[in-house]
Design a protein around this ligand. Sequence first.
Ligand code: HEM
Length: 182
Amino acid sequence: MTSTTDSWSKALKTLHWLIAFFILFAWASVELHEFYERGDPMRGWWMVLHFSLGFTVLFLGMFRLYYRATHGRPSLYGGSFQKPISLLVQSLMYVVMIGMPLTGLLMRQFAGRETTLFWLFDLPSFVEKNTDLAKQLAFVHKEFLWNALLVLLVLHIGGALWHHLITKDNTLRQMLPFGKTR
Ligand code: HEM
């Protein structure tokens, strides 16, 4: 399943939409945990879901990066100033997609808290407890990277709509599951 000049491969389209879905639910799960008091088992349940979805994003993000490098991508539309901006936004999205789960994991580890995945197992601790570092990583995870992701998403979705509605090219259509390019 290799991409062609006017279409992403089926696997790369599927990975794109799966990652979008899991990021949305990773965010929803951490927001939902706040509806429960400390000590309520449901609060922990939503957090385990958050960790598990976050790790799924990490795995799928790295796999998509590998698959994209080995199976190609369709040609990029846009003028000479648009193309480098699109590539920069896409590259930064990978940095954030991989950085979010890693900083999430590290903030737990430096706080001396365990991370349970899929209600099945706890990840082993790799580092010595360091509360100051845990707080700094919490800032990077919850404020810096999250807000960076929101800005990148606005540029990403805005760019896709610009291509579709203003320049009327195939950029959006070639990522849609049943999109027909023209
Ligand atoms: C794509 C992956 C991830 C996304 C998009 C994400 C997003 C977020 C966001 C937006 C918050 C802040 C919620 C708020 O303050 O309202 C948060 C908090 C948090 N995240 Fe993540 N996260 C991801 C992965 C992970 C992973 C893999 C872990 C741990 C292994 C993790 C651990 C945490 C923890 C411990 C908090 C703090 C919760 C609290 O303040 O009680 N996250 N995450």
